[in-house]
Write a protein that binds this ligand. Structure first.
Ligand SMILES: Cc1cc2nc3c(=O)[nH]c(=O)nc-3n(C[C@H](O)[C@H](O)[C@H](O)COP(=O)(O)OP(=O)(O)OC[C@H]3O[C@@H](n4cnc5c(N)ncnc54)[C@H](O)[C@@H]3O)c2cc1C
Length: 435
């Protein structure tokens, strides 16, 4: 391949932190706010102009993995600490409602705008936390298994931030890859989707006739070349507003690989085109949508999966369905395995009511690095294990646990692979995290 050589660069160091968190999505914000609350001088880097990642920019619309649906149909929180605080604040502000039952589990529909502002407030209220938006991590200095600094591209050029510990919350393992560490790409990625918002919906009629959605999709799937054989319409709780989850974006007939620039570009455009077609479909086929309009698509294509770190352990489908609770478990999850597979189908494998598994800390520890953890979408997991743990509840729990782990590692000078996970669990218990 032809190459283009850049001259050597002297990058100004703008901060000496104790912890750098790369990626300000659900997992990264949880990690950064937790670590800062525990007293660690933390620096959070985010590529987008706002926090929340897929939860805001992807407008995914519901918080899943926050509750265990019990046998008597009551809901018990499976999260504690910061994720529960976030959920409760949104409920108090009427920017979320529920939990509503879904597939033997539960979801909390939320208003993406509410999440965006709440994360702004949480991040801004921590004196130990410095943040940069519009800052894309591009380079690292990684030697003999240790990272000591990262470089971000910003509007004022390249800036370096030094630290003793690092958390990769980029969803795409961007920090891990920048260190040259190996990552895993599953043969069958989950399909991306473009979420979109419709307004001026008669939500009452739409919900009363919800059963008609599935029939309409089945009747029109072939003829209208619909991308998905099912899906959801999610009222946000604001008058006349519905988030629509009916899209599915492929590239040359297979799941689009969002780590490829060309495919991601095509996917963004195809996602918006799908939204327009699907909005038209809803207007024609779904009672309550006759006068509705497509307010906007999500800011960015919703990416479920790209690559995973190669961790000390990979969460498996057997762990999920076997309700495994390892000694280094750092948070509960009761969300089913939810696989977005070819043919427009979604395959669900549910956990029994009232049951859950826990995510092992080892899934957060990349092989070959002493002072790096990964959280959220890029943890170490098989295709099936990830199909459950990818939702926002466990992503936030992993972030929270990684934030606590960073405090212990930095204060004691311990490498993450040798960390006393018992001490992390004990601190999580004090924060009322069910383990
Ligand atoms: C269409 C869709 C629907 C979904 N529905 C639901 C649902 O209803 N409920 C649910 O709980 N989950 C749902 N999920 C899954 C869930 O949204 C994600 O798995 C979860 O939000 C991932 O959180 P995260 O913090 O790990 O990653 P992300 O939210 O992807 O955050 C990663 C952040 O890192 C930033 N970043 C990336 N690279 C860099 C870099 N180099 N430098 C700086 N910053 C960087 C990104 O901009 C982003 O803000 C859905 C996912 C999709 C795609």
């Amino acid at each position: 391949m032809r190459t283009f050589q850049l001259p050597g660069d002297q990058v100004p160091v703008v901060a000496e932190a104790e912890l750098v968190v790369a990626g300000g999505g659900s997992a990264g914000c949880s990690a950064a706010v937790t670590a800062a609350r525990e007293g660690l001088r933390t620096f959070l880097i985010e590529d987008m102009p706002f926090f929340g990642g897929m939860s805001t920019g992807g407008a995914v619309g519901t918080y899943c993995g926050f509750y265990v649906r019990e046998r008597d149909d009551s809901m018990t929180p499976s999260v504690g600490g910061l994720p529960l605080e976030i959920a409760q604040t949104l409920l108090e502000r009427r920017q979320a409602y529920g939990p509503v039952p879904v597939q033997e589990s539960a979801a909390l529909p939320y208003v993406p705008w509410g999440v965006k502002r709440l994360l702004d407030e949480l991040v801004a209220s921590e004196p130990n936390l410095t943040t940069l938006l519009h800052a894309r991590l591009t380079h690292t200095r990684f030697r003999d298994g240790r990272l000591d600094g990262v470089v971000v591209e910003t509007r004022q050029g390249r800036l370096a931030i030094m630290a003793g510990a690092f958390i990769d919350a980029t969803g795409d393992a961007a920090l891990t890859r920048a260190c040259g560490l190996s990552v895993v790409r599953h043969a069958d990625l989950q399909f991306p989707s473009m979420m979109f918002t419709m307004q001026n919906v008669d939500t009452q009629r739409a919900l009363q006739n919800f059963g008609q959605l599935q029939t309409a999709i089945e009747e029109s799937f072939e003829e209208e070349k619909l991308p998905r054989r099912g899906g959801h319409i999610i009222p946000t709780g604001r008058p006349g507003e519905i988030q629509v989850a009916l899209s599915r974006v492929s590239f040359e007939g297979r799941p689009l690989d969002a780590s490829k620039a060309e495919e991601l570009t095509a996917g963004e455009i195809e996602g918006r085109a799908q939204a327009e077609r699907l909005a038209d479909f809803l207007r024609r086929k779904m009672p309550g949508f006759e006068e509705a309009f497509l307010a906007d698509t999500a800011t960015r294509l919703g990416i479920r999966e790209t690559v995973h770190i190669e961790g000390l352990y990979s969460l498996t489908g057997e762990d999920v369905l076997g309700l495994e609770k390892p000694v280094d478990g750092i948070g509960r999850c009761a969300w089913p395995m939810e696989l977005h597979v070819p043919g427009g189908e979604t395959v669900w494998k549910v956990l029994p009511r009232g049951e859950y598994y826990t995510v092992p800390f080892r899934c957060l520890v990349p092989r070959g690095a002493e002072n790096l953890l990964a959280v959220g979408r890029c943890i170490s997991a098989t295709r099936e294990g990830f199909a459950s743990a990818r939702v926002i509840g466990p992503c936030m729990l992993e972030g929270q646990a990684a934030g606590i782990a960073a405090v212990h590692a930095v204060r004691k000078g311990t490498a993450f692979p040798e960390l006393d996970v018992g001490a992390v669990r004990s601190r999580l218990s004090k924060l009322a995290v069910p383990l």
